[in-house]
Design a protein around this ligand. Structure first.
Ligand SMILES: [Zn+2]
Length: 252
């Protein structure tokens, strides 16, 4: 059984066939799914979706690209944290690729949400793009003792090692299957199983050979397959270990 720890099943891309997508994931062995959010409307959609399916859970948070109105969003966000099936804060972090909000503003929203995670004793799903050094520095200062996953990890081995040394988790998704992703496969082979989470980030980041199309949670089997090859262990060993790690991480 597999756990897709990061899937935007609430996305409009799934409006035509969401139930069929989830049924297909189920047939592929995906038993659990966490739907993260990026702004207040997606927080509410994630909570709604989780309310409809036994094994779908929600994460709530304001993404760095959507944090321009963070201060005015904060009271509503805080109120959503107590909703049923909210199991994490996310996705939050830093994104220097899309320059929609100033780095200082992103950092302020990130730090404020790390404090929320501590207050509510919830794990944190971290989005990081082109900002690993600053993200890790903020986490090392403000996330000591928290459960943290660096989702869709795309950093270097030294970044992975810094996160692992803190006991944090690393999320591996579709890019691990890409032909040129030798560095990422090396990271995926080095993460202790207890700190390794699998994800699809659907509808984004489709694994090979689905690149250029909509990703979906059933494709997590290709991620697990790639990780099993890198580590030289069976598919079921990867599935069991990463599902167990995810259950512990999300407190399920
Ligand atoms: Zn995401």
């Amino acid at each position: 059984m597999l756990f897709d720890t990061h899937c935007h099943l609430d996305a409009a891309a799934f409006d035509p066939d969401r139930d069929a997508v989830w049924a297909r994931a189920h047939r592929a062995g995906v038993e659990w799914l966490v739907n993260p959010a990026y702004d207040l409307p997606s927080c509410r959609r994630a909570i709604d979706l989780a309310g409809q399916h036994a094994h779908i859970y929600a994460a709530v948070g304001i993404h760095p690209n959507d944090c321009a109105t963070f201060d005015s969003d904060l009271p509503a966000l805080r109120a959503l944290i107590g909703q049923p099936k909210v199991v994490a804060i996310g996705e939050i972090g830093l994104d220097y690729y899309w320059d929609k909000t100033a780095p200082a503003q992103q950092a302020a929203a990130f730090v404020a949400q790390l404090a929320l995670a501590r207050e509510f004793n919830l794990p944190v799903i971290v989005h990081c793009r082109d900002a690993y050094d600053d993200t890790l520095a903020l986490l090392e200062t403000h996330a000591q003792g928290l459960r943290v996953v660096l989702h869709a990890f795309a950093g270097r081995m030294e970044h992975a090692e810094r996160a692992l040394a803190q006991g944090w988790h690393i999320g591996i998704g579709g890019p691990v299957t890409y032909r040129k992703a030798e560095n990422l496969r090396e990271v995926a082979g080095a993460i202790p199983f207890e700190q390794l989470l699998l994800e699809t980030d659907s509808p984004y980041l489709p694994p090979h050979p689905h690149r250029g199309r909509r990703n979906e949670p059933a494709h997590i089997t290709l991620v697990a397959e790639s990780v099993s090859q890198v580590r030289g262990v069976s598919f079921s060993r990867v599935a069991d270990a990463t599902t167990a790690a995810a259950m512990t991480f999300f407190g399920l």
